[in-house]
Design a protein around this ligand. Structure first.
Ligand code: GDP
Length: 220
């Protein structure tokens, strides 16, 4: 390891020293910037990052709006094929929330798919500040090859992820438990930090998501 890397490790430890263990309490969210290329992604000032990603229509925008308690921080439902961007927000002046573009548009042309691949790899590659990726899965849908491809990448880069199963309100309580078992089994090879049920409609699971993120940010 060279001096530069040593330095980065020290900075990473400093982030954790000032954090309390408990739910991520969001007092303040400010949009920072959007970009599609590595050179657009903000690195300075250094802040720990938490990224959100999932198949298009999985409920990512709805979840972000509930989690940060803002009506429209993230736009609900984007048009397939439109240029997609990585959106950066600063939370409480000390953390980057990163809204990664959705994948798996059925009608997306090939170029859009490969553009997404490039964008995500360049975001993940050498990103020492990325602490957690929150990956979203629709409770009623079957996992796809793109889902497993994403998880393979996270595993490859050694990035911890939290699996959130969205739209839980679409099933009864027993249906939710059954579906959770299915996702636990499917996700096992990638070793998620946790698997949580969530509904943007009734806010089920909101506190669990904030607690899991808070723990990761505190380094626990
Ligand atoms: P995104 O494409 O992943 O950002 O997904 P959106 O947040 O735009 O949601 C896609 C669709 O699913 C919209 O019609 C939402 O109203 C709906 N939706 C999102 N979350 C929930 C949820 O928790 N429960 C239900 N019933 N519908 C949801």
């Amino acid at each position: 390891m060279n001096d530069n890397n040593d330095n980065e490790m020290e900075i990473a430890e400093e982030f954790d020293a000032n954090r309390e263990v408990g739910p991520w309490v969001i007092k303040d969210v400010v949009f920072e910037k959007s970009g599609s290329l590595r050179s657009h992604f903000p690195r300075e000032p250094r802040h720990p990052q938490v990224a959100f990603v999932g198949r298009s229509n999985v409920g990512k925008s709805s979840l972000l709006n509930v989690v940060v308690n803002r009506k429209r921080i993230a736009k609900v439902s984007r048009t397939p094929g439109r240029t997609q961007l990585v959106n950066f927000f600063i939370v409480n002046g000390d953390t980057r929330l990163v809204d990664l573009p959705g994948y798996g548009f059925a009608k997306a042309p090939k170029e859009v798919k490969s553009q997404w691949d490039k964008m995500i790899t360049s975001y993940l590659l050498d990103n020492l500040d990325l602490r957690l990726v929150v990956t979203l899965f629709d409770i009623r849908r079957e996992p796809t090859e793109e889902d497993s491809g994403l998880l393979d990448w996270l595993k490859h880069y050694g990035i911890p992820f939290l699996a959130v199963i969205t739209k839980a309100d679409k099933l009864t309580h027993s249906g939710q438990l059954q579906a959770r078992q299915k996702w636990i089994k499917w996700l096992a090879p990638w070793n998620p930090e946790d698997i949580l049920l969530f509904s943007a409609l009734n806010r089920q699971g909101k506190d669990d998501v904030l607690l899991a993120i808070g723990k990761t940010l505190a380094g626990q």
